[in-house]
Design a protein around this ligand. Structure first.
Ligand code: TRP
Length: 333
């Protein structure tokens, strides 16, 4: 039997190239090898965005369009929205009964985000319980592997602790899931900082070729090479070259390095070539996005069918959970 993979993303709206190279390309690989469940964590979005819930439905739609555009395939993976499966809320409630507050208070993400998002009041019950809901998401489908970025490792670790505690207190219902860390290529934003929507330095999957050309032309290159006649060092100093490495063939990269070091290739021309390479690679993605966008019902149907499959699994799990808690034979079998 194929092992199970589960992962989720909060609906932040349009995704950027950082999401593609960091997460989605990994999901795409996994969907061929594992039984995959990929979902939109819309309740998780509420933990920090409870003041603007009305933005969430459109963000879900845009994000799922991006998933489909890059080739996440509903024929291979089950795609659904968390709030369509009410069982997550029930399991979250039950897990909250057995999760010590101290485990949640020492969660580094909790401490960091409360500091960083000072403008929002995050001293809420729901925000503290964020990892409990995430644990429910994961074990609901008895996932064996959870592909996440390093920032999410503490959450998966908490899931493992909560799972062990459940299995110990009641009955061995759940496998203890392992995190799955992928090697992620470095992909800085236009200004050299991490690519992030909030920094305004992102290239979105849905940018038009014109937008993409414009953005790439503003991308920071080698700051120690103000003129074309200065020799550059693309491998260690050029921000844009991180993108070159993802979009240009090995052979051409070698030539670019040489031409840049010998001050023969200028940054303007070099970035034009990069923009063209990105456009060529993204064209099929844009085409697929346009196809899915034509008809809003397609995305709704995919999510509805995904929810049906997910729900069947969730119902089965919850019946085992209730059995483990309430059945009088729980101890003897
Ligand atoms: N917390 C994750 C993030 O912000 C999203 C998420 C929610 C998730 N539930 C999950 C990821 C379960 C993996 C598994 O990226």
């Amino acid at each position: 039997m194929k092992k199970r993979v589960l992962s989720g993303m909060r609906p932040s709206g349009k995704l950027h190239l950082g999401h593609l190279h960091g997460v989605l390309s990994n999901w795409k690989r996994l969907q061929d090898e594992y039984e995959c469940f990929f979902f939109v964590a819309d309740w998780h979005a509420l933990t920090t965005n409870y003041e603007k819930p009305h933005e969430i439905p459109e963000n879900i739609h845009e994000m799922v369009l991006d998933w489909l555009a890059v080739g996440i395939d509903p024929a291979k993976a089950t795609l659904f929205v968390q709030s369509d499966i009410k069982e997550h809320a029930e399991l979250h409630l039950l897990l909250s009964m057995i999760t010590p507050i101290s485990w949640l208070e020492r969660n580094p993400t909790y401490k960091e985000q409360k500091e960083q998002l000072k403008e929002k009041d995050l001293a809420t019950y729901g925000f503290l319980g964020y990892p409990v809901l995430q644990a429910a998401d994961i074990i609901m489908y008895k996932a064996n592997k959870v592909p996440v970025g390093v920032d999410q490792l503490p959450h998966v670790e908490l899931t493992r602790e909560i799972t062990r505690r459940f299995n110990y207190l009641y009955r061995e219902v759940f496998p203890v899931p392992d995190p799955l860390l992928a090697e992620v290529p470095k992909l800085p934003g236009l200004d050299g900082r991490k690519m992030s929507k909030s920094y305004g330095n992102s290239i979105f999957l849905s940018d038009s070729p014109e937008e993409l050309r414009k953005k790439i032309s503003t991308m920071v290159t080698d700051v120690e090479r103000p003129r074309k006649s200065d020799p550059g060092d693309p491998e260690s100093r050029c921000v844009a070259f991180n993108l070159h490495k993802l979009y240009l063939p090995e052979e051409r990269l070698k030539e670019i390095i040489r031409e840049c070091r010998e001050a023969r290739l200028g940054c303007v021309a070099c970035k034009k070539e990069l923009a063209q390479a990105v456009i060529d690679t993204m064209s099929p993605v844009w085409q697929r996005r346009a196809e899915f966008q034509k008809d809003r019902d397609t995305v709704s149907r995919i999510l509805r069918e995904g929810a049906e499959k997910a729900r069947a699994n969730a119902r089965q799990t919850m019946s085992e959970v209730r059995d483990a808690l309430w059945s009088r034979n729980a101890e003897s079998d």
